[in-house]
Write a protein that binds this ligand. Structure first.
Ligand SMILES: [Zn+2]
Length: 454
Protein backbone atom coordinates (compact mmCIF):
# COMPACT_ATOMS: atom_id res chain seq x y z
CA UNK A 1 0.00 0.00 0.00
CA UNK A 2 1.05 3.56 -0.65
CA UNK A 3 1.70 6.08 2.05
CA UNK A 4 3.32 9.51 2.14
CA UNK A 5 2.39 12.50 0.03
CA UNK A 6 2.91 11.38 -3.52
CA UNK A 7 0.92 12.63 -6.51
CA UNK A 8 -0.39 9.11 -6.91
CA UNK A 9 -1.78 9.25 -3.39
CA UNK A 10 -3.53 12.57 -4.11
CA UNK A 11 -4.97 10.98 -7.25
CA UNK A 12 -6.48 8.06 -5.33
CA UNK A 13 -7.83 10.32 -2.56
CA UNK A 14 -9.64 12.38 -5.22
CA UNK A 15 -10.93 9.11 -6.68
CA UNK A 16 -12.27 8.09 -3.25
CA UNK A 17 -14.20 11.36 -2.83
CA UNK A 18 -15.58 11.13 -6.37
CA UNK A 19 -16.60 7.50 -5.84
CA UNK A 20 -18.29 8.38 -2.52
CA UNK A 21 -20.28 11.19 -4.15
CA UNK A 22 -21.25 8.94 -7.10
CA UNK A 23 -22.12 5.89 -5.02
CA UNK A 24 -19.48 3.75 -6.75
CA UNK A 25 -18.65 1.00 -4.22
CA UNK A 26 -16.21 -0.76 -6.55
CA UNK A 27 -14.12 2.39 -7.13
CA UNK A 28 -14.06 3.37 -3.46
CA UNK A 29 -13.01 -0.17 -2.46
CA UNK A 30 -10.17 0.03 -4.97
CA UNK A 31 -9.11 3.46 -3.62
CA UNK A 32 -8.88 2.22 -0.03
CA UNK A 33 -7.06 -0.94 -1.14
CA UNK A 34 -4.39 1.19 -2.80
CA UNK A 35 -3.79 3.52 0.17
CA UNK A 36 -2.98 3.31 3.88
CA UNK A 37 -5.26 6.15 4.96
CA UNK A 38 -7.95 6.77 7.54
CA UNK A 39 -11.55 6.10 6.42
CA UNK A 40 -12.13 9.63 7.75
CA UNK A 41 -9.72 11.32 5.31
CA UNK A 42 -10.93 14.93 4.85
CA UNK A 43 -11.02 17.44 2.01
CA UNK A 44 -10.25 21.13 2.52
CA UNK A 45 -13.74 21.79 3.91
CA UNK A 46 -13.27 19.00 6.45
CA UNK A 47 -15.71 16.69 4.63
CA UNK A 48 -15.20 12.93 4.87
CA UNK A 49 -16.18 10.41 2.15
CA UNK A 50 -19.02 9.35 4.49
CA UNK A 51 -20.45 12.90 4.35
CA UNK A 52 -20.20 12.96 0.54
CA UNK A 53 -22.06 9.65 0.33
CA UNK A 54 -24.67 10.82 2.88
CA UNK A 55 -25.15 14.09 0.95
CA UNK A 56 -26.17 12.11 -2.16
CA UNK A 57 -28.03 9.27 -0.45
CA UNK A 58 -25.59 6.46 -1.33
CA UNK A 59 -26.38 4.01 1.45
CA UNK A 60 -24.25 1.21 -0.05
CA UNK A 61 -21.09 3.37 0.05
CA UNK A 62 -21.97 4.53 3.58
CA UNK A 63 -22.22 0.89 4.66
CA UNK A 64 -18.78 0.16 3.17
CA UNK A 65 -17.21 3.19 4.91
CA UNK A 66 -18.73 2.39 8.32
CA UNK A 67 -17.40 -1.16 7.96
CA UNK A 68 -13.95 0.33 7.37
CA UNK A 69 -14.30 2.15 10.70
CA UNK A 70 -15.47 5.58 9.49
CA UNK A 71 -16.63 7.73 12.43
CA UNK A 72 -20.28 8.78 11.90
CA UNK A 73 -19.79 11.52 14.52
CA UNK A 74 -16.88 13.17 12.70
CA UNK A 75 -17.56 16.90 12.12
CA UNK A 76 -16.61 19.02 9.11
CA UNK A 77 -15.35 22.60 9.40
CA UNK A 78 -18.94 23.88 9.69
CA UNK A 79 -19.53 21.59 12.67
CA UNK A 80 -21.79 19.20 10.70
CA UNK A 81 -21.76 15.41 11.01
CA UNK A 82 -22.76 13.09 8.15
CA UNK A 83 -26.25 12.97 9.71
CA UNK A 84 -26.51 16.79 9.73
CA UNK A 85 -25.44 16.87 6.07
CA UNK A 86 -28.01 14.21 5.16
CA UNK A 87 -30.86 16.03 6.97
CA UNK A 88 -29.90 19.36 5.39
CA UNK A 89 -30.14 17.86 1.88
CA UNK A 90 -33.36 15.97 2.70
CA UNK A 91 -31.74 12.57 2.09
CA UNK A 92 -34.26 10.50 4.05
CA UNK A 93 -32.53 7.23 3.10
CA UNK A 94 -29.20 8.45 4.49
CA UNK A 95 -30.85 9.85 7.63
CA UNK A 96 -32.61 6.57 8.43
CA UNK A 97 -29.48 4.53 7.70
CA UNK A 98 -27.27 6.68 9.97
CA UNK A 99 -29.88 6.83 12.74
CA UNK A 100 -30.04 3.04 12.66
CA UNK A 101 -26.27 2.83 12.97
CA UNK A 102 -26.08 5.46 15.71
CA UNK A 103 -28.70 3.84 17.96
CA UNK A 104 -26.92 3.12 21.26
CA UNK A 105 -27.87 -0.58 21.27
CA UNK A 106 -26.36 -1.10 17.82
CA UNK A 107 -23.08 0.80 17.97
CA UNK A 108 -20.32 -0.55 20.25
CA UNK A 109 -19.84 1.42 23.47
CA UNK A 110 -16.43 3.05 23.24
CA UNK A 111 -14.66 3.62 26.53
CA UNK A 112 -13.20 7.13 26.68
CA UNK A 113 -9.62 7.19 28.03
CA UNK A 114 -8.67 10.68 29.19
CA UNK A 115 -5.33 12.35 29.82
CA UNK A 116 -4.06 11.19 33.28
CA UNK A 117 -6.28 8.11 32.86
CA UNK A 118 -4.00 6.20 30.51
CA UNK A 119 -2.85 3.18 32.58
CA UNK A 120 0.24 1.87 30.81
CA UNK A 121 1.43 -0.14 33.83
CA UNK A 122 0.21 -3.34 35.46
CA UNK A 123 0.12 -2.23 39.12
CA UNK A 124 0.67 -5.77 40.48
CA UNK A 125 -0.74 -4.79 43.87
CA UNK A 126 -0.07 -8.29 45.29
CA UNK A 127 3.70 -7.64 45.01
CA UNK A 128 3.71 -4.54 47.23
CA UNK A 129 3.76 -6.35 50.58
CA UNK A 130 6.59 -8.71 49.55
CA UNK A 131 9.52 -6.62 50.71
CA UNK A 132 12.24 -8.99 49.49
CA UNK A 133 10.82 -9.22 45.97
CA UNK A 134 10.35 -5.45 45.88
CA UNK A 135 13.94 -4.82 46.94
CA UNK A 136 15.13 -7.15 44.18
CA UNK A 137 12.94 -5.33 41.65
CA UNK A 138 14.34 -1.95 42.78
CA UNK A 139 17.85 -3.11 41.92
CA UNK A 140 17.02 -4.57 38.52
CA UNK A 141 18.96 -3.15 35.59
CA UNK A 142 15.79 -2.11 33.75
CA UNK A 143 14.06 -0.59 36.82
CA UNK A 144 12.92 2.97 36.14
CA UNK A 145 12.52 5.79 38.66
CA UNK A 146 10.24 8.79 38.20
CA UNK A 147 11.67 11.64 40.30
CA UNK A 148 9.91 14.45 42.17
CA UNK A 149 11.33 17.14 44.47
CA UNK A 150 8.67 18.55 46.81
CA UNK A 151 6.10 17.04 44.40
CA UNK A 152 7.53 18.86 41.37
CA UNK A 153 8.21 16.42 38.51
CA UNK A 154 11.62 15.96 36.82
CA UNK A 155 11.14 16.48 33.05
CA UNK A 156 13.56 16.51 30.15
CA UNK A 157 15.11 19.83 29.10
CA UNK A 158 15.04 18.71 25.47
CA UNK A 159 11.28 18.77 25.62
CA UNK A 160 10.86 22.12 27.40
CA UNK A 161 10.89 24.06 24.15
CA UNK A 162 8.78 21.52 22.29
CA UNK A 163 5.06 20.99 22.52
CA UNK A 164 5.15 18.10 24.97
CA UNK A 165 7.24 17.21 28.01
CA UNK A 166 9.05 13.95 28.59
CA UNK A 167 9.49 12.33 31.97
CA UNK A 168 13.14 11.68 32.92
CA UNK A 169 13.61 8.12 34.24
CA UNK A 170 16.62 7.37 36.43
CA UNK A 171 18.18 3.93 36.89
CA UNK A 172 18.98 2.27 40.22
CA UNK A 173 22.65 3.09 39.63
CA UNK A 174 21.81 6.77 39.29
CA UNK A 175 19.34 7.11 42.15
CA UNK A 176 20.90 4.82 44.79
CA UNK A 177 23.41 7.37 46.12
CA UNK A 178 20.75 10.01 46.81
CA UNK A 179 18.51 7.65 48.77
CA UNK A 180 20.99 7.47 51.66
CA UNK A 181 21.58 11.24 51.90
CA UNK A 182 18.23 12.90 51.08
CA UNK A 183 14.96 12.43 53.00
CA UNK A 184 12.42 10.91 50.60
CA UNK A 185 9.35 8.73 49.99
CA UNK A 186 9.74 5.83 47.55
CA UNK A 187 6.73 4.02 46.08
CA UNK A 188 6.12 1.19 43.59
CA UNK A 189 4.03 2.07 40.52
CA UNK A 190 3.85 -1.20 38.58
CA UNK A 191 5.41 -3.20 35.78
CA UNK A 192 5.21 -2.59 32.07
CA UNK A 193 6.61 -1.05 28.94
CA UNK A 194 5.16 2.41 28.43
CA UNK A 195 6.60 2.64 24.92
CA UNK A 196 4.18 -0.10 23.95
CA UNK A 197 1.45 2.11 25.43
CA UNK A 198 -0.67 -0.85 26.48
CA UNK A 199 -3.85 -0.40 28.44
CA UNK A 200 -4.92 -2.53 31.38
CA UNK A 201 -8.15 -3.53 29.67
CA UNK A 202 -6.28 -4.95 26.69
CA UNK A 203 -5.25 -8.59 26.91
CA UNK A 204 -1.89 -7.67 28.31
CA UNK A 205 0.05 -9.26 31.11
CA UNK A 206 3.33 -7.74 32.18
CA UNK A 207 6.26 -9.82 30.97
CA UNK A 208 9.38 -10.76 32.89
CA UNK A 209 11.49 -8.51 30.69
CA UNK A 210 9.19 -5.50 31.26
CA UNK A 211 10.45 -2.78 33.58
CA UNK A 212 9.42 -2.26 37.20
CA UNK A 213 8.55 1.43 37.72
CA UNK A 214 9.07 3.32 40.98
CA UNK A 215 8.61 6.96 42.01
CA UNK A 216 10.69 8.97 44.49
CA UNK A 217 9.79 12.28 46.11
CA UNK A 218 12.83 14.08 47.58
CA UNK A 219 11.89 16.35 50.46
CA UNK A 220 13.50 19.74 50.96
CA UNK A 221 16.28 18.68 48.63
CA UNK A 222 19.04 21.19 48.04
CA UNK A 223 18.93 21.31 44.27
CA UNK A 224 22.58 22.31 43.85
CA UNK A 225 24.56 20.07 46.19
CA UNK A 226 22.43 17.02 46.73
CA UNK A 227 20.44 16.45 43.57
CA UNK A 228 21.24 18.47 40.51
CA UNK A 229 18.64 17.92 37.76
CA UNK A 230 20.99 19.34 35.12
CA UNK A 231 23.15 16.24 35.55
CA UNK A 232 20.30 14.29 33.96
CA UNK A 233 19.53 16.90 31.31
CA UNK A 234 16.34 17.73 33.15
CA UNK A 235 14.62 20.30 35.32
CA UNK A 236 11.82 20.27 37.87
CA UNK A 237 8.41 21.67 36.91
CA UNK A 238 8.79 24.30 39.66
CA UNK A 239 7.21 27.28 38.03
CA UNK A 240 3.95 26.67 36.32
CA UNK A 241 3.83 23.09 37.63
CA UNK A 242 0.18 22.53 36.70
CA UNK A 243 0.57 23.73 33.09
CA UNK A 244 3.72 21.66 32.48
CA UNK A 245 2.11 18.56 33.99
CA UNK A 246 -0.64 18.93 31.37
CA UNK A 247 1.91 18.73 28.54
CA UNK A 248 3.18 15.18 29.05
CA UNK A 249 2.84 12.41 26.50
CA UNK A 250 -0.49 10.70 27.08
CA UNK A 251 1.16 7.30 27.71
CA UNK A 252 3.21 8.84 30.54
CA UNK A 253 0.39 10.94 32.02
CA UNK A 254 -1.26 8.01 33.84
CA UNK A 255 1.77 6.86 35.79
CA UNK A 256 2.63 10.48 36.68
CA UNK A 257 -0.93 10.96 38.02
CA UNK A 258 -0.62 7.76 40.07
CA UNK A 259 2.80 8.75 41.43
CA UNK A 260 1.90 12.33 42.30
CA UNK A 261 -1.37 11.47 44.06
CA UNK A 262 0.18 8.75 46.23
CA UNK A 263 3.29 10.83 47.04
CA UNK A 264 1.14 13.88 47.92
CA UNK A 265 -0.78 11.68 50.36
CA UNK A 266 2.44 10.66 52.15
CA UNK A 267 3.47 14.31 52.29
CA UNK A 268 0.30 15.22 54.24
CA UNK A 269 -0.62 12.19 56.35
CA UNK A 270 2.31 11.72 58.70
CA UNK A 271 0.15 11.41 61.81
CA UNK A 272 -2.58 8.95 62.72
CA UNK A 273 -6.04 10.60 62.46
CA UNK A 274 -7.32 8.15 65.13
CA UNK A 275 -4.75 8.53 67.95
CA UNK A 276 -2.38 11.28 66.81
CA UNK A 277 0.79 9.18 66.87
CA UNK A 278 3.21 9.08 63.95
CA UNK A 279 2.55 6.80 61.00
CA UNK A 280 5.03 5.01 58.73
CA UNK A 281 4.75 3.95 55.08
CA UNK A 282 3.97 0.29 54.31
CA UNK A 283 3.36 -1.79 51.16
CA UNK A 284 5.63 0.39 49.04
CA UNK A 285 3.33 3.39 49.28
CA UNK A 286 -0.20 1.99 49.50
CA UNK A 287 -0.68 1.99 53.26
CA UNK A 288 0.35 3.97 56.34
CA UNK A 289 0.68 2.23 59.69
CA UNK A 290 0.32 3.87 63.12
CA UNK A 291 3.43 3.30 65.30
CA UNK A 292 1.29 2.97 68.45
CA UNK A 293 0.64 -0.75 68.93
CA UNK A 294 -2.49 -0.08 70.99
CA UNK A 295 -4.09 2.00 68.21
CA UNK A 296 -7.45 0.61 67.02
CA UNK A 297 -6.36 1.06 63.39
CA UNK A 298 -4.29 -2.12 63.77
CA UNK A 299 -7.45 -4.24 63.89
CA UNK A 300 -9.48 -4.63 60.70
CA UNK A 301 -9.41 -2.29 57.71
CA UNK A 302 -9.52 1.46 58.28
CA UNK A 303 -9.91 4.04 55.55
CA UNK A 304 -7.50 6.32 57.40
CA UNK A 305 -4.69 3.92 56.50
CA UNK A 306 -5.02 3.99 52.70
CA UNK A 307 -4.35 6.62 50.01
CA UNK A 308 -7.40 8.81 49.42
CA UNK A 309 -9.24 9.53 46.18
CA UNK A 310 -11.81 12.32 46.35
CA UNK A 311 -14.76 12.05 43.93
CA UNK A 312 -15.78 15.17 42.01
CA UNK A 313 -18.88 15.29 39.79
CA UNK A 314 -18.64 17.27 36.55
CA UNK A 315 -21.71 17.63 34.35
CA UNK A 316 -22.73 18.98 30.97
CA UNK A 317 -26.37 20.07 31.30
CA UNK A 318 -28.50 20.31 28.14
CA UNK A 319 -31.50 22.66 28.11
CA UNK A 320 -35.05 21.31 28.38
CA UNK A 321 -35.40 21.21 24.56
CA UNK A 322 -31.81 19.96 24.04
CA UNK A 323 -30.77 22.88 21.82
CA UNK A 324 -28.50 24.67 24.32
CA UNK A 325 -26.06 23.71 27.05
CA UNK A 326 -25.29 25.26 30.43
CA UNK A 327 -21.71 26.41 31.00
CA UNK A 328 -20.27 28.48 33.83
CA UNK A 329 -17.11 30.47 34.44
CA UNK A 330 -15.04 31.16 37.52
CA UNK A 331 -13.21 34.48 37.76
CA UNK A 332 -9.81 32.66 37.68
CA UNK A 333 -10.55 31.16 34.21
CA UNK A 334 -8.73 32.53 31.13
CA UNK A 335 -10.65 35.20 29.20
CA UNK A 336 -13.75 33.89 27.43
CA UNK A 337 -13.53 30.39 28.91
CA UNK A 338 -16.65 28.61 30.17
CA UNK A 339 -16.79 25.03 31.40
CA UNK A 340 -19.07 22.35 32.81
CA UNK A 341 -20.41 22.70 36.36
CA UNK A 342 -18.36 20.68 38.88
CA UNK A 343 -18.11 20.09 42.60
CA UNK A 344 -17.07 17.63 45.31
CA UNK A 345 -19.42 14.85 46.29
CA UNK A 346 -20.62 14.79 49.87
CA UNK A 347 -20.91 11.77 52.20
CA UNK A 348 -24.11 9.77 51.80
CA UNK A 349 -24.91 11.20 48.37
CA UNK A 350 -25.39 9.41 45.04
CA UNK A 351 -23.38 10.58 42.04
CA UNK A 352 -26.59 11.70 40.29
CA UNK A 353 -27.84 13.72 43.28
CA UNK A 354 -24.42 15.31 43.85
CA UNK A 355 -24.51 16.56 40.24
CA UNK A 356 -28.11 17.84 40.60
CA UNK A 357 -27.22 19.62 43.86
CA UNK A 358 -24.08 21.28 42.45
CA UNK A 359 -25.89 22.55 39.33
CA UNK A 360 -28.81 23.90 41.37
CA UNK A 361 -26.56 25.56 43.98
CA UNK A 362 -24.29 27.22 41.44
CA UNK A 363 -26.71 28.10 38.63
CA UNK A 364 -30.26 27.66 39.94
CA UNK A 365 -31.02 25.16 37.13
CA UNK A 366 -32.97 22.00 38.05
CA UNK A 367 -31.62 18.82 36.43
CA UNK A 368 -33.70 15.70 35.69
CA UNK A 369 -32.13 12.69 33.97
CA UNK A 370 -28.37 12.16 34.48
CA UNK A 371 -26.18 9.79 32.44
CA UNK A 372 -22.59 8.60 33.10
CA UNK A 373 -20.04 9.42 30.37
CA UNK A 374 -16.46 8.73 31.55
CA UNK A 375 -13.99 9.52 34.34
CA UNK A 376 -10.60 11.20 34.69
CA UNK A 377 -8.04 10.99 37.51
CA UNK A 378 -6.90 14.50 38.50
CA UNK A 379 -3.69 14.45 40.60
CA UNK A 380 -3.99 17.92 42.22
CA UNK A 381 -3.80 16.37 44.72
CA UNK A 382 -5.96 13.26 44.20
CA UNK A 383 -9.41 13.69 42.70
CA UNK A 384 -11.40 11.45 40.40
CA UNK A 385 -13.56 13.49 38.03
CA UNK A 386 -16.84 11.69 37.28
CA UNK A 387 -18.12 12.99 33.95
CA UNK A 388 -21.89 13.16 33.38
CA UNK A 389 -24.40 14.47 30.85
CA UNK A 390 -27.78 15.65 32.13
CA UNK A 391 -30.98 17.29 30.97
CA UNK A 392 -32.59 20.34 32.60
CA UNK A 393 -36.25 20.17 33.64
CA UNK A 394 -36.43 23.96 33.86
CA UNK A 395 -34.14 26.46 32.10
CA UNK A 396 -34.34 29.37 34.59
CA UNK A 397 -30.89 30.55 35.74
CA UNK A 398 -30.00 32.10 39.09
CA UNK A 399 -26.19 32.31 39.42
CA UNK A 400 -24.49 31.97 42.81
CA UNK A 401 -22.00 34.83 42.46
CA UNK A 402 -19.77 33.44 45.23
CA UNK A 403 -19.10 30.20 43.32
CA UNK A 404 -19.32 31.46 39.74
CA UNK A 405 -18.71 34.72 37.92
CA UNK A 406 -21.30 33.78 35.30
CA UNK A 407 -23.40 30.87 34.01
CA UNK A 408 -25.52 30.85 30.89
CA UNK A 409 -27.02 28.82 28.05
CA UNK A 410 -25.01 28.49 24.83
CA UNK A 411 -26.49 27.51 21.44
CA UNK A 412 -25.17 24.36 19.79
CA UNK A 413 -23.61 26.10 16.71
CA UNK A 414 -21.65 28.48 18.96
CA UNK A 415 -20.36 25.61 21.12
CA UNK A 416 -19.50 23.53 18.02
CA UNK A 417 -17.44 26.43 16.72
CA UNK A 418 -15.58 26.77 20.03
CA UNK A 419 -14.75 23.02 20.00
CA UNK A 420 -13.51 23.16 16.40
CA UNK A 421 -11.39 26.30 16.83
CA UNK A 422 -9.77 24.99 20.01
CA UNK A 423 -8.37 26.43 23.22
CA UNK A 424 -6.36 29.14 21.41
CA UNK A 425 -9.52 30.85 20.15
CA UNK A 426 -9.18 34.63 20.39
CA UNK A 427 -12.82 35.73 20.63
CA UNK A 428 -16.22 34.47 21.71
CA UNK A 429 -16.72 31.33 23.77
CA UNK A 430 -13.56 29.35 24.66
CA UNK A 431 -13.97 25.79 25.96
CA UNK A 432 -11.36 23.85 28.03
CA UNK A 433 -8.53 22.03 26.15
CA UNK A 434 -8.78 18.34 25.17
CA UNK A 435 -6.70 17.29 28.20
CA UNK A 436 -9.72 18.14 30.39
CA UNK A 437 -12.76 15.87 30.69
CA UNK A 438 -15.04 18.92 30.32
CA UNK A 439 -13.90 19.26 26.70
CA UNK A 440 -15.10 15.72 25.92
CA UNK A 441 -18.44 16.12 27.72
CA UNK A 442 -19.12 19.26 25.69
CA UNK A 443 -17.99 17.60 22.44
CA UNK A 444 -20.16 14.54 23.04
CA UNK A 445 -23.22 16.75 23.51
CA UNK A 446 -22.42 18.77 20.35
CA UNK A 447 -22.17 15.55 18.32
CA UNK A 448 -25.53 14.27 19.51
CA UNK A 449 -28.90 14.90 17.92
CA UNK A 450 -31.00 17.39 19.83
CA UNK A 451 -33.90 14.92 19.63
CA UNK A 452 -31.98 12.11 21.36
CA UNK A 453 -32.98 11.38 24.95
CA UNK A 454 -30.31 13.48 26.65
ZN1 LIG B 1 -3.03 5.51 65.69
Amino acid sequence: KMSGNSNAQKYYIDEIFTAAANGDVEAITKGYNMLSISPDVTDKMGWTPLMCAARNGHVNVMGFLLQQGADPKHMNKSGQTALDVASFWNQTGSVNFLNGFLKPNKSPVMEVVHYFGFSALDRQSYQRSDENEMKKAMRMENAKYVVFADLQLLVSNDAVTGKSQNVVYLTWGEIEKYLSIVDHDLIFLGVGNIDKGLLVRETHHAQLNDSPYFAVNFKKVSRDDEFSPEKYNGSFTDKDNRRLMMMLQKNESGLVAQARSVLAWHERYNFCPTCGNETIMKDFGYKRLCISESCTTHKGAHNTSFPRTDPVVIILVASKDGSKCLLGRQSRFPRGMYSCIAGFMEPGESIEDAARREVFEESGVKVGQVEYHSSQPWPFPSNIMIGLIGRAVCDDINVDKVELEDARWFDKPEVAKAILEGFGRKEGLVVPPHTAIAHHLIKTWVQRNSNSNL
